[in-house]
Design a protein around this ligand. Sequence first.
Ligand SMILES: Cc1cc2nc3c(=O)[nH]c(=O)nc-3n(C[C@H](O)[C@H](O)[C@H](O)COP(=O)(O)OP(=O)(O)OC[C@H]3O[C@@H](n4cnc5c(N)ncnc54)[C@H](O)[C@@H]3O)c2cc1C
Length: 370
Amino acid sequence: MRVVIVGGGLMGAAAAFFLARRGIRPTLLERHRIGQAATNASFGNIRRQGRHLAQMPLAHRSRALWGEVADLLGEDVEFRATGHVRFAFDADALADMEAFARDAEPLGLTLEICGRNELRSRFPWAGPTAIAASVSPEDGSANPRLVAPAFARAAARLGAQIVEDMPVAAIAARSAGGLSVETAAGPIEADLVLNAAGAWGARLAEGVGEPVPLEANGPQMGVTEPLPHRILPVVGLWSRIKAEGVYFRQVERGNIVFGGGHREPVALDPGHARVDPANTLNQLPQLERLCPAIARVGIIRTWSGCEGYLRDMLPVMGASRTTPGLFHAFGFCGHGFQLGPGVGDVMAELIATGDTSTPIAPFAIDRFAA
Ligand SMILES: Cc1cc2nc3c(=O)[nH]c(=O)nc-3n(C[C@H](O)[C@H](O)[C@H](O)COP(=O)(O)OP(=O)(O)OC[C@H]3O[C@@H](n4cnc5c(N)ncnc54)[C@H](O)[C@@H]3O)c2cc1C
């Protein structure tokens, strides 16, 4: 079976690996370098807490794979199950925290809820105005710069063909059957194609008559100078106010990586995402509220990345409704890093068997058709 994957971000690279593990050796076409788009820019949060509940089965499958990823890939991509804590600073946030904990529990995610006293003893560095915290102890982070190339290398060792600098202009059904992938080096025939082109995936979908309401935006990120390593979990907060929604983690070397708040619109051509310094200035007091000790730390770099957001903040995953043999996995709305290994595994299962044991119906591409 000839399988072509378009896009070498985390989704495409992980799908290549899991297909190759099933004995199907795909060809992956990446127009630039493996992992260089949204995946590389990611904050690296591997969190299920606060996630849309429709994604929970997929997120669990992915979390299990993160736990095995070093063995699967034969290299350390710095996955650490450090835990993920979110603080509440007001009654609305507390209500949202408790509602999420209640709704997530039957779906297999148990949060530890801490009142004011317990949170002070567990997280002595937390801001004094926090009134509660929720902890997801098995969540954590990994290094976004390492993951996609590691999946691609492991896929190549299993026989996948990884082709960089190979833009795909279109995917089309052939009258003789199968699909044609139009590349810069001419057409490639395929039995099955996976569109894993990230924020650019909607263009390929539109080309086969499946338009979706996708906007490209760039989350706003930054990193500080290194400090002594004191903070283990990934840290965030519950808030109904978008500008307050910041998060951070301290990497083992000591730097504090942070992000959140407003996102900046990105033009898909050329797809360069920028940081608005006003957003960085807004993030700083929010970070200080989470952890006053980082108030006077120097910021050494800011960055952003081009990510696709669907109107309902859910990705597109599953079979094309117009083009037999074509599958989609794109538009991960700023939270696809955690899902990546699971998406690769689910798409490989779907492509290889025609079905998947993890429910993905809420992500069907035709949900916008009405
Ligand atoms: C700044 C930032 C922070 C984030 N933080 C987190 C986080 O902490 N936790 C989390 O879970 N998620 C996070 N995300 C989201 C997560 O990084 C993405 O959802 C995920 O990496 C998407 O992977 P992808 O493979 O779909 O897309 P991408 O990594 O963008 O890969 C798509 C690839 O397709 C290629 N491509 C596009 N068009 C073509 C074409 N026509 N031909 C060939 N190749 C093509 C691109 O060059 C690109 O390499 C963040 C995203 C950003 C931008």
